[in-house]
Write a protein that binds this ligand. Structure first.
Ligand code: SF4
Ligand code: SF4
Length: 671
């Protein structure tokens, strides 16, 4: 039986998206929103109570004490399902990291077209962490060695992957004791698949121990490599002005939307779009030029480095095509809906696949190769330009918001202490004094089963009122951007008084955009630096901080959650749990749900919980932050204690009659 249809306002909090959903209905075209309404999720599979790992099944365990044909119990089945999802997420992030390392190697050896090493300083810093010699060596020599080291992490068979040395010492020791330090990135993913084959590992706790190791191979391995190399090749992000939402599409230009994850191709498309020859070609077809925008994490990558606008997050991929104004959507890997090709056939839009790993039936494939990157980028743009004269009726919602993305941990370090005294001290001090109550990382996807952007932005706004500093990545960051929460002082009047003082003093927005999904590793780096700075405990699990993915949907999100838990963080997911079980109907079907909370917390100090109600998410976030503050012996959070300085005081002074105002400002009542 189909679910009841939701109204446009129930489907999305974004007015631009509502406008496009109305258009979709007028044109009789389905989207993920309508398909989610039509497709009721299977409650047995959704609760993790189904196994289809072999031909004796699928086995659905819906009665007390029931086992699969092989005798597998429900907790074993759930643990196996969960680790497989974590392995897939780790594989996706890490394979992205591998390709970045291959590109670095090729750039170092002069084999690419169009790439340079943009951030030599970061190259030297990263290489030094691994004792790669840097003095009297060219950037290419250093990059070649770093690329070799990073590439070796994937196929390494024994020992420890190199980037784990960047975690706090105490955390490394804990991982050592628990035997969860990844030996090689690929090895852990392969072993997760091996262990979950019929007739292998059937002790759920043992399976989930390896889930931790597989997650760590992502966070302190593949993803960290992806972030490092992207910064080295394309520049470490620093704040700049950007725009978000569908209004960034232009009615008089060739609109090319880049969607996916890897910055290698999109950076080259940015360069090609500014080439006079390409602009002239676009003009020859009647357009003013080429207008680039991004979707998903590709959007974040080129937004934070080049200021290229974001057309939207995950659920905007179909909506952007519905405008009728997109000449080409260029995709690489991850989060690309198969529905795009069919949807695009209603318009002139061409879907162009570019990765040797990802093809869509019916799409145009122009394979990317970093050795000829600029040539291929121009070929893609010419294909899009050739499509411009075929454009039919268009409807672009005139809705955009400005934002300031680009808060890498290097920039946060700099902004807190300047070039010569770069430091996290002011942030730690602000948390210790209670001006900032704690930190929340709000990250992750959109999910059409919940109201798009609502959970992200509601939780963000409520936590800001409670003096919680927010950092964001991925589609969550784009959700906040679309609501105008990522812009300088905008919305500071809705922020707790203590946090507001800090933001005004340092000159930062209260919500910091830290990048794409692989850039959640920047958050690990920030947390490690906070530990090393002192005053907030000797490990990440002591810091008053929480991670949230209110609208998660991808397996990558589960991998991120796992490495964050293993690093000591409390992670809250919205929506439904893939291991919820049905404890009211089937005995012991929530053992795994409880284990990844209580069991993991006992070992790692971090835990993963699934909470549907946003107010409960907020309550649990604040309770955890306050618990961590109390454990550190920090003063109890007092919302009325701060906020008597800075702009707040100036606003009060401005309200005074002239004489009193002068007295307040100058100490004398001048005539
Ligand atoms: S592995 Fe066991 S529980 Fe899973 S499908 Fe096969 S028989 Fe059923
Ligand atoms: S946040 Fe989720 S939906 Fe968005 S790009 Fe990342 S994995 Fe995909």
């Amino acid at each position: 039986m189909a679910k009841e249809k939701r109204s446009y306002e129930e489907k999305t909090a974004d007015p631009a998206a509502q406008e496009m959903l109305i258009r979709a209905d007028e044109l009789g075209i389905g989207t993920a929103f309508s398909r989610a309404d039509d497709m009721v999720p299977c409650n047995i599979g959704g609760a993790g109570m189904c196994c289809k790992l072999c031909g004796m099944g699928p086995c659905r365990l819906t009665k007390d004490g029931q086992t699969g044909v092989c005798g597998a119990t429900i907790d074993t089945i759930q643990a196996r399902n969960l680790i497989r999802a974590i392995a897939a997420g780790s594989a996706a992030h890490s394979d992205h990291g591998r390709d970045m390392a291959f590109t670095l190697k090729a750039v170092a050896n002069g084999e690419t077209e169009g790439y340079v090493i943009r951030d030599v300083a970061k190259l030297r810093v990263v290489a030094s962490k691994y004792d790669i010699p840097i003095e009297k060596r060219s950037p290419q020599e250093i990059a070649n060695d770093l690329a070799d080291l990073y590439l070796s992490q994937f196929g390494q068979q024994r020992g420890k992957i190199a980037p784990v040395i960047r975690a706090p010492k105490k955390r490394q020791q804990l991982w050592e004791e628990q035997n969860v330090i990844p030996r090689g990135i690929d090895r852990e993913v392969v072993e997760a698949l091996h262990r979950t084959h019929i007739g292998d590992d059937q002790d759920p706790v043992h399976i989930l121990q390896h889930a931790i190791r597989t997650g760590l191979a992502d966070g302190w391995g593949g993803s960290m490599i992806a972030t490092d190399v992207a910064d080295i090749l394309f520049g470490t992000p620093a704040p700049l002005l950007g725009q978000a939402n569908l209004g960034v599409l232009k009615d008089d230009m060739v609109n090319v939307v880049v969607h996916g994850h890897e910055p290698t191709l999109s950076e080259m498309i940015v360069a090609a779009s500014q080439d006079p020859e390409i602009i002239a070609y676009a003009q020859s077809k009647g357009a003013k030029g080429v207008n680039l925008s991004g979707i998903c994490c590709t959007a974040n990558e080129i937004l934070m480095r080049q200021g290229i606008p974001a057309a939207g997050n995950f659920l905007h991929q179909e909506l952007s095509i519905l405008t009728g104004a997109v000449e080409a959507m260029v995709v690489d890997v991850q989060c690309i809906m198969q529905a795009l090709v069919d949807l695009a056939s209603n318009f002139h839009t061409q879907i162009i696949t570019t990765s040797p790993k990802v093809k869509l039936k019916g799409a145009t494939h122009i394979e990317f190769d970093e050795h000829h990157a600029l040539t291929i980028a121009k070929q893609i743009l010419r294909t899009a330009i050739d499509n411009y004269p075929k454009r039919g009726a268009i409807h672009i919602p005139q809705i955009t918001e400005e934002l300031t993305p680009g808060f890498s941990h290097e920039y946060i370090n700099y902004m807190l202490g300047g070039s010569y005294r770069a430091s996290f001290r002011p942030l730690n001090d602000a948390i210790m004094s209670g001006r900032i109550r704690g930190v929340a990382a709000i990250v992750g996807c959109n999910n059409p089963r919940s109201k798009q952007d609502y959970l992200h932005t509601y939780v963000t706004q409520e936590l800001l009122k409670q003096d919680v500093l927010i950092v964001e990545t991925g589609c969550g960051a784009i959700a906040a951007a679309k609501l105008g929460l990522l812009l300088g002082e905008a919305g500071l009047d809705k922020v707790g008084a203590g946090l507001r003082e800090v933001c005004e003093t340092v000159g930062i927005p209260p919500v910091l955009h830290m990048g794409s999904c692989v850039d959640n590793t920047r958050i690990l780096t920030v947390l490690t630096q906070m530990v090393e700075e002192g005053g907030l405990g000797d490990d990440i699990d002591k810091i008053p901080a929480v991670g949230l993915a209110p609208e998660w949907m991808s397996e990558k999100a589960l991998a991120i959650a796992t490495y964050c838990v293993a690093s000591g963080a409390y992670v809250i997911f919205g929506g439904s749990s893939p291991v919820s079980g049905m404890p009211d109907r089937v005995e012991d079907s929530d053992i795994i749900l409880r284990y990844i909370s209580e069991g993991w917390e006992e070992i790692y100090g971090g835990k993963l919980e699934f909470i549907k109600d946003p107010d409960e998410m907020i309550r649990q976030t604040l309770a955890h932050i306050d618990k961590k503050r109390a454990a550190l012996g920090l003063p109890e959070y007092d919302p009325g204690r701060f906020g008597r300085s800075g702009d707040n005081r100036m606003l009060e002074v401005e309200q005074l009659p002239l004489k009193a105002r002068r007295e307040a400002l100058y100490g004398v009542a001048a005539d």
